[in-house]
Write a protein that binds this ligand. Structure first.
Ligand code: ZN
Length: 275
């Protein structure tokens, strides 16, 4: 069994504020990356215990260099650094049997959700596919689904849990904290969170996995990216095939989900040049 792990930080137990997630020499970030690494190890060990023979871990937050490689379970292969073409799910393909989304967070605009955003939070405001809004969980899960890979387990706060279950009702979720606001939470300790995560991984990999393939909707795909500012849409609208739909909204249409996912990434990166 081959298992793919996409690892973010906002949904890690103990993480509640930007001090925990913005890479720097700050004490809080340096603590949070250790909690993140320990949660990944808990999931990975449970995956190997459940029969995995090959586990890839993608460090998928910010600079993608958060995980302490010297502290990771020696059996994993780590995808570190950026850019990686398919971003938080780079390298996933039909050869994987299951994916785990660890430390994930709710989409932009969710009330009382720890550090809600989608990808470049200072650039993108709303991401819609065929009229339906998605966050990182949904868009990444559909990318896995485009390759037939089920997302069998996720971890994060209670709002991430609700978002994940709304898309995949049978997913196993380790809820490691209850969000009180965008920057406050009632959290498990790291040790308790590791137990929750390991249990969820064991149940997920031991159960029926197929129900957790999130298929993208029927093509053609209409992707609408709404930016925080019109200046960002001005730049993003330069993208070939892009159509300016509104002051802050640019549309891109395609027939292949992987291409739409790449277009979403490209539009946000273009918008970021107007920061
Ligand atoms: Zn992140």
């Amino acid at each position: 069994m081959r298992v793919y792990v996409s690892s973010d930080i906002e949904g890690v137990a103990g993480v509640a504020t930007l001090d925990h997630t913005v890479p720097s020499a700050s004490v809080e970030y340096q603590r949070a990356r250790r909690w993140m690494t320990a949660e990944v190890n808990a999931a990975v060990r449970a995956a190997f215990d459940a029969g995995a023979g090959d586990v890839w871990v993608n460090d998928a937050h910010g600079p993608n260099t958060n995980l302490l490689v010297e502290e990771l379970d020696e059996r994993v292969e780590l995808l570190t650094g950026k850019p990686k073409g398919l971003n938080m799910v780079h390298g996933i393909d039909e050869g994987f049997d299951a994916a785990l989304f660890l430390g994930y967070h709710a989409r932009t605009g969710t009330a009382e959700a720890v550090l809600d955003h989608a990808y470049l939070g200072s650039v993108g405001f709303d991401l819609r596919l065929n009229g339906v809004g998605y966050g990182e969980f949904g868009l990444n899960a559909m990318l896995a689904g485009a390759f037939g890979v089920p997302v069998v387990m996720a971890s994060g706060d209670d709002k991430l849990a609700a978002e994940a279950r709304a898309l995949l009702p049978r997913i196993e979720v380790a809820t490691v904290k209850q969000a009180l606001s965008r920057t406050a939470a009632r959290t498990l300790t790291p040790a308790a969170a590791r137990s929750e995560i390991a249990g969820a991984v064991r149940r997920a990999l031991g159960g029926e996995r197929g129900a957790n393939v999130l298929a993208p909707p029927e093509p053609p795909f209409e992707l609408d990216v709404t930016f925080l500012r019109t200046s960002m849409a001005d730049v993003a609208a330069v993208m070939p095939g892009a159509e300016r739909r509104a002051g802050r909204t640019v549309r891109w249409v395609g027939d292949e989900y992987v291409e739409v996912f790449r277009a979403c990434r490209a539009l946000l990166l273009l918008g970021a040049t107007a920061l």
